[in-house]
Ligand binder design. Structure first.
Ligand SMILES: [Zn+2]
Length: 222
């Protein structure tokens, strides 16, 4: 019998790669997506389509109610989305307070509920500088807590924790993954904008892998 595992799956390229890596490793996967009030549902639509195609039991949990507690973030509020690179200071406005701790907690609770002993999570090193809750020490400590928080220990598995988005993409391309089945752009228009921090990082990862992003863009990155 296959071992059950939950995978936190946003529909973006990192978690898409993690999902496929876990599938290839032979897990019975339960992808979990969060509707936290994203400006657009495009990532979630893409996630749902991928899960349907793979025949996986996709859950989308609506946690928008938590935004009544949490301070504004440009990903959810009407603050202008900053353009430019993630490393820039202005990208701090894309931080949702305590988001990853909340999402991991819910995923761990879901894992316990369905008898899964692992939660796959796509944190990577490129996020660290601005997102404290993407740093390795955060994920390691969440894992330590997860192992003792319930009667059933649940392990938080982050296969790319010490690697970059470029490494993740390299791995995914080597697996033959089709990244047209992912969405990264903060804007939910028909084509990716090519200008927001998420597009910048994505295009950079493709460029450094000497690969062409299969997604259509409104304009090429300058
Ligand atoms: Zn964009």
């Amino acid at each position: 019998m296959k071992e059950k595992a939950v995978v936190i799956y946003s529909g973006g390229m990192d978690s898409f790669t993690v999902l496929h890596k876990a599938l290839a490793a032979g897990y019975e996967l339960y992808p979990l997506s969060f509707h936290y009030g994203q400006r657009h549902a495009k990532e979630l639509d893409v996630a749902a389509a991928v899960c349907q195609q793979l025949g996986l039991p996709h859950k989308v949990v609506d946690i928008r109610a938590i935004n009544t507690l949490l301070a504004g973030s440009s990903l959810t509020d009407d603050i202008e989305i900053p353009q430019g690179h993630y490393a820039d200071d202005n990208m701090k406005s894309t931080v949702v307070p305590n988001r990853n701790m909340i999402l991991l907690s819910l995923a761990i609770g879901y894992a316990v509920s369905i008898g899964a002993r692992k939660v796959f999570y796509g944190a990577h090193s490129g996020d660290h500088s601005i997102y404290p809750d993407c740093r390795p020490e955060f994920v390691q400590k969440m894992n330590a807590v997860s192992l003792i928080a319930n009667y059933e220990p649940v392990e938080v598995v982050s296969p790319y924790l010490s690697q970059s988005k470029i490494d993740i993409l390299r791995d995914g391309l080597a697996m033959g993954l089709d990244y047209s089945q992912t969405w990264t752009c903060y804007n939910g228009r028909e084509r990716a904008c090519g200008k927001c921090g998420a597009c910048h990082e994505r295009l950079e990862a493709f460029s450094l892998n000497q690969a062409q992003d299969p997604l259509p863009y409104e304009q090429a990155e300058a």
